[in-house]
Design a protein around this ligand. Structure first.
Ligand code: COA
Length: 165
């Protein structure tokens, strides 16, 4: 049976931290669905389709064999409903510092209550991405700071356009 994993997030915007997780998560499954969420409790800078488009563009940097096993989808409503509909058995989440732990474990436990056939698997963020967050990337970019080491050139140009820099 095909092992399908889901990597969900807001991706507002996708950073090199997310790409690090995508590169590693895809090695452990037959297919990885990168799921861009509408319902996140956040007010994103980029709309849902733009966030998905930015993630899709990033996949071009992956080895061809990995690209073929990745797809980007948008979803609304509950993650576990989406995961079930996709036939997924695993949810991947990236864990950065200790500060992520409480929120992530709470979410994993609630999701498990909703559907205990789908496991959440945490991947530790690589050292060079531990401190990156989309929120701070947006804040720094908005205030004219250099975020070129946190996002791709494509995302950078979209950030500049969004903030009219
Ligand atoms: N490296 C660097 N940064 C990382 C990272 C990594 N490996 N992994 C996550 N981040 C950052 C993101 O940039 C983001 O930063 P921000 O908070 O400053 O924007 C933050 O960590 C977490 O964002 P993300 O991974 O995009 O997840 P999220 O917490 O925004 O999204 C969903 C959570 C989409 C999974 C959740 O809201 C959801 O499932 N929504 C659907 C509705 C639902 O089912 N709700 C019930 C949940 S129990």
């Amino acid at each position: 049976m095909k092992r399908i994993g889901i990597y969900p997030g807001t991706f507002d915007p996708v950073t090199i931290g997310h790409i690090d997780i995508i590169r590693r998560a895809v090695q452990t499954v037959d297919e990885l669905v990168i799921a861009v969420a509408l319902d996140t409790g956040k007010t994103p800078l980029f709309d849902l389709e733009d966030r998905a488009k930015l993630v899709r563009a990033e996949l071009a940097a992956l080895p061809a064999a990995d690209q073929q096993r990745c797809r980007v989808e948008t979803f609304s409503g509950l993650l576990m409903h989406f995961a079930e509909a996709q036939g997924a058995g695993i949810i991947f989440r990236g864990l950065r510092a200790i500060s992520d732990f409480e929120y992530e474990v709470q979410m994993a436990c609630l999701n498990r209550k909703l559907n205990d056939r789908i496991e959440t698997v945490f991947l530790a963020a690589s050292e060079h991405t531990q401190f990156i967050s989309s929120r701070f990337v947006k804040q720094i970019a908005k205030l004219g700071g250099d975020v070129s080491s946190f996002v791709s050139p494509n995302v950078l140009s979209h950030l500049k356009a969004a903030f009219e820099l």
